[in-house]
Write a protein that binds this ligand. Structure first.
Ligand code: GLN
Length: 537
């Protein structure tokens, strides 16, 4: 039997209460007390992974070092803990069923009828325990997506019930995150929805150990008492989680409420050492007391939904703190950008980030934005599709290659400066068929990236199909768009930059997946620094 302790986080009353942030904040506090902690997300949808989901559905798809396309909550986990996650940290119903069905086809169930209980639940329990059994963690926090009572969540809740029983006392606990709505007409906070959702959980055989209550107003002592009494939890286990101005405040708020101490007590773990949050608080202090402001334009096509570019926005927060500036990110829809309005739309900006993306919609606007940044010496960072657009812009407007494009947008382009590699051309499946996860890259020392990384060899995470077409490299380099990062295994160009420009960098990978509070990404730090300098011109 492993000695790992398990914390399960369920949600009630409403979705979007921020289970991921509560899980990450608790993990941060436990880590700050010296425990080795990881967080796992169980998603009750049938997609095998979120890779095929439109960002409008669940926000950004986050990518891990091992190439898993995952829920964006894993981004929060990494940003808070500064510990990489992996495929094992995100499990979906689709993946569970896929693996049970594969086992059935291989005859592994020896002629038995394959059922939700026990086969699906066994698979879920196994997936929950993979991280614990690795021996790398003292505590595994498992967040169960969705809201209790959902049909989809039932097998997960049943698995938690069984595991809780199997693990025995003090080895696991259940945190139920719930909403205490405020009825302004009555001027009152209401506990009834929470009572009901705790009861729903009990109908599935689970008694919540800790209640974390999302609220817009302070919970009075009386109200906490009432919640404790009616939900059958200790009073000190009723934790208030009041709306925060930044998610990075939540660990300290949970510390003040004693969430970590209550959890440690229930798990029979030592809570004597005070958590060391020095680094975290230094970051918060800089984040909250900026000495200047920079305006960055984020040019993308999913700008209506903030979650689509979650990791990019968070990376700017980390980089802003390092530079002691507030980064105002202005989202600009690439579909609305054209030659006639680009200077108006991009007025007042100190830097332009052209976002990742798929498909044709809005790409001409992105190309216009690149051209504007290049011609006006405006700091520019192109990420993935943004880098590809920078190559296309250069080919069209400097090399005069009319109709230059990516074969993703125009299969018959006369100048496929971005294209598929030969070995990719037969692939027809959409899921999991991209270049995914961490790839090595060698940097040219005398270049913008060479200077800001202060390293020659880096590893960055990818998520794309199309590549820089090496056939155009000579011409592009001669014309001034240098390849300053090369994949040592494949020779693929991963970074382009214009040395003549104050700060113009396009990267085929996604730096935003690796920026954390403890380790802000050098590219974002360098970009914000360049934008700050531009602002002071
Ligand atoms: N659509 C482009 C490709 O597949 C870029 C992908 C991205 O920006 N993540 O190569």
């Amino acid at each position: 039997m492993s000695t790992t302790k398990y914390i399960f986080v369920t949600g009630g009353v409403s979705s979007s209460l921020g289970k991921g942030i509560i899980a990450a904040s608790l993990a941060k506090l436990l880590q700050a007390r010296g425990y080795r902690v990881t967080i796992q997300k169980l998603d009750p949808y049938i997609n095998v992974d979120p890779g095929t989901l439109n960002p409008y559905e669940h926000g950004e798809c986050y990518v891990t070092d091992d190439g898993a396309e995952t829920d964006l909550d894993l981004g929060h986990y990494e940003r808070f803990l500064n510990v990489p996650t992996s495929q094992a940290n995100n499990v979906t119903t689709g993946r569970i069923y896929q693996s049970v069905i594969e086992k059935e086809r291989r005859g592994e169930f020896l002629g038995k009828t394959v059922q939700v209980i026990p086969h699906i639940t066994n698979e879920i329990k196994e997936r929950i325990q993979i991280l614990g059994n690795s021996g790398d963690y003292d505590i595994v926090i498992t967040e169960i997506g969705g809201t209790v009572g959902d049909i989809e969540s039932l097998p997960y809740i049943e698995s938690v019930r069984q595991l809780k029983w199997e693990l025995g006392e003090h080895n696991s606990l259940v945190i139920h995150l719930t909403l205490i709505p405020y009825l302004s007409a009555a001027g009152e906070l209401k506990t009834k929805p929470t009572q009901h959702s705790v009861k729903t959980l009990m109908e599935s055989g689970i008694q919540a150990d800790i209640l974390v209550c999302r609220t817009e107003h302070e919970l009075s002592d009386d109200l906490k008492h009432k919640l404790a009494l009616f939900c059958n939890v200790e009073k000190e286990a009723v934790i208030q989680s009041i709306d925060a101005s930044t998610i990075y405040d939540v660990p300290n708020m949970m510390l003040d409420e004693g969430l970590d101490t209550v959890a440690l007590k229930k798990l029979d773990l030592n809570d004597a050492a005070e958590p060391n949050l020095d680094g975290w608080n230094q970051f918060l202090d800089r984040h909250k007391n900026p000495k200047g402001t920079v305006n960055i334009g984020l040019i993308g096509k999913y700008v209506e939904l903030q979650d689509s570019y979650k990791s990019i926005l968070e990376s700017f927060i980390h980089a802003g703190a390092v530079n002691e500036v507030k980064v105002n990110v202005k989202s600009i829809h690439s579909e609305h950008l054209e030659a006639s309005n680009v200077s108006e739309e991009l007025k007042g900006l100190h830097g332009i980030l052209v976002a990742p993306g798929f498909g044709e919609r809005g790409i001409e606007g992105k190309i216009e934005a690149v051209r504007y940044a290049r011609e006006h010496n405006l700091p520019f960072l192109g990420i993935c599709l943004g880098m590809q657009m920078a190559v296309i812009e250069y080919a069209r407007n400097i090399l005069n290659l009319k109709g230059a494009n990516s074969t993703e947008m125009d299969e018959n382009t006369p100048h496929p400066v971005i294209s598929l590699m030969e070995e990719q051309k037969h692939i027809t499946d959409m899921g999991g068929t991209m270049r995914l996860g961490a790839w090595k890259c060698d940097l040219v020392a005398d270049s913008i990236v060479g200077r800001i990384y202060e390293e020659e060899h880096i590893e960055e995470r990818h998520r794309h199909r199309y590549e820089y077409n090496d056939a155009y490299r000579d011409d592009l380099e001669k014309a001034g768009l240098k390849a300053t990062g090369i994949n040592p295994e494949t020779g693929l160009v991963e970074i382009v930059e214009i040395p003549e420009h104050p700060w113009f960098v396009g990267v085929q990978y996604h730096p935003e997946y690796k920026s954390t509070v403890a380790s802000p990404h050098p590219l974002f730090v360098g970009f914000v620094n360049a934008a700050h300098k531009y602002a002071q011109l």
